[in-house]
Write a protein that binds this ligand. Structure first.
Ligand SMILES: N[C@@H](CCC(=O)N[C@@H](CS)C(=O)NCC(=O)O)C(=O)O
Length: 101
């Protein structure tokens, strides 16, 4: 249980943050929720200073975290903690296909 590269859920986080931010970056929230639910998740670590263009499709401000489960993505740290027992966060919206929900 925990971080597994082939997990269905993927959490995007920064690969590095300055000292003052360490321990306060909001990817801690969905990570913690997954840990508490016993749900494995994969990490997608991106550079904070050179953010990949495709990250802005899921998070228009380029912020982290983004929790992705298949075609659905959630870019609100607190809401992404509402992972249901069947894994999909209740707030998820379909971003790549279909209408937002
Ligand atoms: N409303 C977002 C806020 C996310 C947020 O503020 N993320 C910070 C890290 S804790 C961030 O990515 N900061 C970098 C930036 O704003 O460029 C959420 O609830 O997840």
């Amino acid at each position: 249980m925990g971080v597994k590269s082939d997990a269905a859920i993927e959490i995007t986080a920064f690969d590095w943050v300055p000292d003052f931010a360490q321990g306060f970056v909001r990817d801690l929230r969905p990570r913690w929720a997954c840990e508490e639910m016993g749900v494995d998740y994969a990490e997608r670590l991106i550079s904070a200073v050179n953010r990949p263009a495709d990250h802005y499709r899921d998070q228009p401000w380029g912020q982290v975290p983004v929790l992705r489960d298949g075609m659905s993505a959630c870019s609100k740290a607190a809401r992404s903690c509402s992972i249901s027992p069947n894994r999909t966060p209740r707030c998820c919206r379909a971003t790549r296909k279909g209408a937002p929900r």
